[in-house]
Design a protein around this ligand. Structure first.
Ligand SMILES: Cc1cc2nc3c(=O)[nH]c(=O)nc-3n(C[C@H](O)[C@H](O)[C@H](O)COP(=O)(O)O)c2cc1C
Length: 189
């Protein structure tokens, strides 16, 4: 086992990034990131998750617009977010990974997918790649184009999207650390 204080510091200093440079991350790095997630812990090692990588800028723009439209139609808080000038739900990231799972098979699959998304973020951080987990992307599957997009993304039959992870290189400064609550850890002994 390698002990890496530096790796832990990088993880603590990680921030969700919403401004990406247009340049693509190397395919080799992306393969490493996805391998880390695919090899991660999951209930009974059944690996009932799937990762779909989208790097086609035109398709990402199309999907971002569909998500934005569905958010606007939903009303409430999400509509308010979507109506902010310049808002783009996938943050113009050059790579987006859709994390999907066979959610009907077991409630553990949600956990498996969450861990997988976390590992994608952690591995990306180790490789100097910025990331943002996004759940607003789920709006994409609500609209009339949802089923067609599922097919286009080759999401396995019966699988549902849990979240997406936007990946790319940070554009500008790292966002400030948001306030984090104390008291989320209890020690006994
Ligand atoms: C399940 C989940 C869903 C999220 N959904 C979104 C989202 O739709 N859009 C977004 O910009 N950020 C999203 N985030 C990122 C969070 O807003 C972010 O992690 C949180 O504000 C803490 O900031 P930090 O990651 O910089 O520590 C999501 C994060 C998680 C784990």
């Amino acid at each position: 086992m390698i002990r890496s204080e530096e790796g832990c510091r990088a993880l603590r200093e990680r921030r969700s990034v919403r401004r990406f440079r247009p340049e693509q991350i190397p395919e080799e790095d992306l393969r490493t990131i996805l391998r880390v997630a695919a090899d991660g812990p999951n209930a009974r090692n059944l690996q009932r998750f799937h990762f779909t990588v989208v790097r086609d800028a035109a398709l990402l723009d199309h999907m971002a617009e569909l998500i934005r439209r569905q958010m606007l139609e939903s009303g409430g808080e999400q509509a308010e977010t979507a109506s902010r000038p310049g808002y783009s739900p996938l943050h113009h990231a050059p790579t987006v990974v859709f994390v999907t799972g066979d959610l009907k098979s077991s409630f553990h699959v949600h956990t498996d997918c969450g861990i997988a998304a976390g590992l994608i973020v952690a591995a990306a951080t180790e490789l100097g790649v910025a990331s943002c987990v996004t759940a607003s992307s789920l709006f994409m599957f609500r609209g009339p184009e949802g089923e067609e997009l599922r097919r286009r993304l080759a999401i396995p039959e019966g699988y549902q999207c849990v979240c997406t992870v936007a990946l790319g290189y940070l554009d500008g400064e790292l966002p400030p650390r948001p306030e984090k609550k104390d008291g989320v850890i209890t020690w006994l002994g």
